[in-house]
Design a protein around this ligand. Structure first.
Ligand SMILES: Cc1cc2nc3c(=O)[nH]c(=O)nc-3n(C[C@H](O)[C@H](O)[C@H](O)COP(=O)(O)O)c2cc1C
Length: 385
């Protein structure tokens, strides 16, 4: 029997071993030089927490209320397109593992499994993520379907005007569904388990957009689809439109500038994800953590705030809360688990993160996660003091 993975880094190595390079790079990579991708994790790693001594930590409470529902830990499975390329029915497995661990799961509009497939597999209500399209009729129909599938929260991603320039994908000739070519034949053949499970299985496509122009394309065509279909002329009234149509909590994902956070609140956002899309869009953007405190100050409690980007340790969640967030989204951490071992791998990734959150709170001497605040942070002394 294989030994258990002990960290998200272990799961990443297993994902790297099990996936053809094209697929590993698709989840692991970011835009251009990947500076923003690295900045996300480095900013979190650089934070120090200041532990208190002789505190009774025998009764831990890591649960939080996010957008009307209580969860075991302040962690949300971020929306990730095409998880079904890593493992058959990938999104359904993510949803099932998240529900079993009391964690919120957000389905991407660009998922391989459709809303209805995930609804059939997930024992708990989930969240749904939407991109604004020029054809608002498609958006409206997706919102209707999401509501019929019991989705509680709508996540509106606002940082994707065009598809980010992901050079690993372009270099690797990434396609949806993946195609076996002379250039990648050896790579595919040396990953027989993935090949048998996914590569030679039913063609993976965008389950929610079946029949649309986005089915079955190479990365260049997907980028063109995005360019053609993503609405590049939206204004904040689009958020009001979504809010009216959805009639439930709306989380705006992809905010970095505190002025935008304020505008999102003014136009009806119930929550905000401070996010640079995991470094996959704009490679000049700051680390999500680096703007979190300013965003939280500007929001002033009018909306809940999630940090999204770079979460690889439970301590990262605690650090985000100490900077003013009420929770975190994590994308790759769970995808590494999925690629490593299907639903069991996702469950292990969540277990690792949840255990690490508890472990961090105990060592920090702060038994209640909802009382983590800036006093838990080790601030660098001011110059000259
Ligand atoms: C493979 C992959 C696909 C993604 N697809 C989407 C998507 O369809 N919609 C979206 O809003 N964000 C998408 N994201 C971004 C994630 O929701 C999240 O912002 C990001 O993964 C956070 O960074 P992390 O991976 O370091 O946790 C995707 C991320 C990855 C890695």
């Amino acid at each position: 029997m294989r030994p258990l993975a002990h960290s998200i880094a272990d799961l990443r190595e297993r994902a790297r071993a099990r996936l053809p390079r094209t697929l590993f790079d698709f989840i692991d990579g970011g835009a251009q030089d990947e500076a923003t991708l690295r900045a996300n994790t480095e900013a979190l790693r650089a934070v120090r927490l200041l532990p208190r001594a002789l505190v009774d930590v025998s009764e831990l409470d890591t649960s939080v209320e996010l957008l009307g529902r209580r969860y075991a830990t302040p962690l949300v499975v971020a929306p990730t397109g095409l998880a079904g390329l890593l493992w058959p029915r990938g999104e359904a497995l993510l949803a099932a593992a998240a529900a079993a661990r009391g964690t919120a799961f957000c389905l991407s509009m660009m998922s391989a499994c459709s809303l209805e497939e995930v609804h059939a597999a997930a024992p708990a209500p989930f969240w749904f993520q939407l991109y604004l399209l020029k054809d608002r009729g498609i958006n409206e129909a997706l919102m209707e379907r999401a509501r019929a599938c019991g989705c509680e929260v709508l996540v509106l991603t606002v940082d994707t005007k065009i598809q980010g320039p992901r050079e690993r994908d372009i270099r690797n000739g990434f396609t949806v569904p993946p195609r076996i070519t002379a250039a990648n034949l050896l790579d595919m053949l040396t990953h027989p388990a993935w090949l048998a499970r996914v590569g030679l299985g039913p063609a993976v496509s965008f389950g929610n957009l079946a029949g649309s122009a986005c089915a079955s394309r190479d990365v260049v065509s997907i980028a063109r689809f995005a360019q053609d279909q993503y609405d590049q002329t939206p204004s904040w009234t689009a958020l009001e439109w979504v809010k009216r149509r959805w009639r439930g909590p709306v989380l705006v994902k992809g905010i970095l500038d505190p002025r935008d956070a304020w505008l999102a609140c003014e136009h009806g956002a119930d929550a905000i994800a401070v996010s640079n899309h995991g470094g996959r869009q704009f490679d000049q953007a700051p680390a999500a953590l680096s703007v979190l405190e300013d965003v939280a100050a500007r929001v002033g409690g009018r909306a809940q705030i999630l940090l999204d980007g770079g979460v690889r340790r439970g301590a990262d969640v605690v650090k985000a809360l100490a900077h003013g967030a009420q929770g975190c989204m994590a994308g790759r951490a769970l995808l590494f688990g999925l690629a490593a071992n299907g639903e069991a791998g996702v469950s292990r990734a969540l277990e690792i993160l949840q255990e690490e959150v508890r472990n961090t709170l105990v060592l920090l001497g702060q038994p209640r996660i909802d009382q983590v605040d800036a006093r838990c942070l080790m601030r660098e002394p001011a110059p000259g003091s």
